[in-house]
Design a protein around this ligand. Structure first.
Ligand code: UD1
Length: 339
């Protein structure tokens, strides 16, 4: 089933996008990227090409710029699209909600229109476990009801709803929406990783910056949750497992919309992550416990069995590997791609 194709990757320079580009190139696909670099570095794309030993074609553009997108589709025989390009910070989405709807929902509809105009029917869409929102179900299956609690999560759920509708009405479309749990880690080479701009919102980039001495201590948001050690439990998944799932999803698209969780099915607490990172890095990660962060839920763990049955996919890398790989990238690139 693995026929080489020309794949357009939006947000290709970002954390998950760049790792997916390496996997696509290594599997023989031709890769075209579109990224506005609002939260990514073009250096990541240089590293992708070095790691894969093959070139890709990169464009800097905003997905809502229809003329720019049309020019990309006109210039390449694109067979399929993987759509990562979106804004993804939960906190920020509560401050600038309309920007989130405009970029995430408007960007997706602009992309779908350009795909339609150029006869492209195959799409893998980045969704998020955040659409499950305030839930107490453990583990979560794809049929659990979405209850998004912030504009970021809403924008992803709206994207899925739009895709469900257009798939019903345009039967030639073949779409997979992948709901990621918490992607971590880096490419094992240490050349590609997560390089957020500004103060990291997410746990692992913050932990890594404490370990490397860029920040003094981690703030643990709450230790009074109903979990074994009182800190929140999440389903952390290696970014290369996520990237691999995209390649398989591309090979296995069928008419209509398929929705799949991407997680490991294993939960780890904030303190488990701190301990695993200390073991991987040999550095201590000082922390202090603060109050709960608004919007956090106690436990979010995937039931990944549908992805196993549909794609023949399951995650193969554990928290130790995620921390070891993230640390290798952090140590080799203490100031990120700008260093
Ligand atoms: C959130 C989103 C998820 C999104 C991900 C990446 C929700 C429910 N989840 O995940 O969809 O894909 O961000 O953008 O909206 N923590 C600390 N100290 C820190 C940072 C985090 O203790 O400095 C804790 C948090 O309280 C949480 C855990 O670490 O319990 C993980 O936090 P984070 O990495 O931000 O991810 P989520 O909030 O789970």
């Amino acid at each position: 089933m693995n026929t080489a194709r020309t794949v357009l990757v939006t947000g290709g320079a970002g954390f998950i996008g760049s790792h997916t580009c390496v996997e696509l190139l290594e599997r023989g696909h031709d890769v075209i990227t579109v990224d506005d670099h609002s939260n990514s570095s073009p250096v990541a794309l240089d590293r992708v090409q070095k790691l894969a030993g093959r070139p890709l074609t990169a464009y800097t553009a905003d997905l809502r710029d229809r003329a720019a997108l049309d020019a990309v589709f006109a210039a390449h025989p694109i067979d399929a699209v993987i759509h990562f390009g979106a804004k993804k910070a939960v906190n920020e989405s509560t401050e600038i909600p309309l920007e989130y709807f405009d970029v995430n929902v408007g960007g997706t509809s602009a992309l779908l229109r350009a795909m339609g105009a150029h006869g492209v029917h195959d799409l893998v869409f980045s969704s998020s476990c955040s659409i499950y929102g305030e839930t107490t179900r453990v583990p979560l299956t794809e049929s659990d009801p979405p209850r998004p609690t912030n504009p970021y999560a809403h924008s992803k759920w709206m994207g899925e709803q739009m895709l469900a509708d257009v798939c019903r009405l345009l039967p030639e479309l073949r779409v997979a929406a992948l709901r990621y749990f918490n992607p971590l880690g880096a490419h094992p080479s240490g050349d590609l990783g997560e390089d957020p701009t500004g103060v990291p919102n997410n746990l692992l980039p913050y932990v890594a910056q404490v370990a490397v001495g860029r920040r003094e201590r981690l703030r643990v948001f709450g230790d009074d949750y109903p979990t074994p050690d009182g800190t929140c439990v999440r389903d952390y998944i290696h970014v290369l497992d996520v990237a691999g799932a995209h390649c398989l999803a591309l090979d296995r698209l069928v008419e209509g919309l398929q929705v799949l969780n991407l997680g490991t099915g294993v939960g780890s607490s904030v303190l488990d992550v701190v301990a695993a990172f200390e073991a991987a890095s040999g550095c201590s990660v000082p922390y202090e416990v603060q109050g709960r962060r608004p919007g956090d839920v106690a436990v979010l763990v995937a039931d990944p069995s549908r992805a196993e049955s549909v794609l023949g996919w399951h995650a193969t890398r554990d928290l130790t590997a995620m921390c070891a790989d993230a640390w290798r990238f952090q140590r080799a690139n203490p100031a990120g791609y700008a260093g």
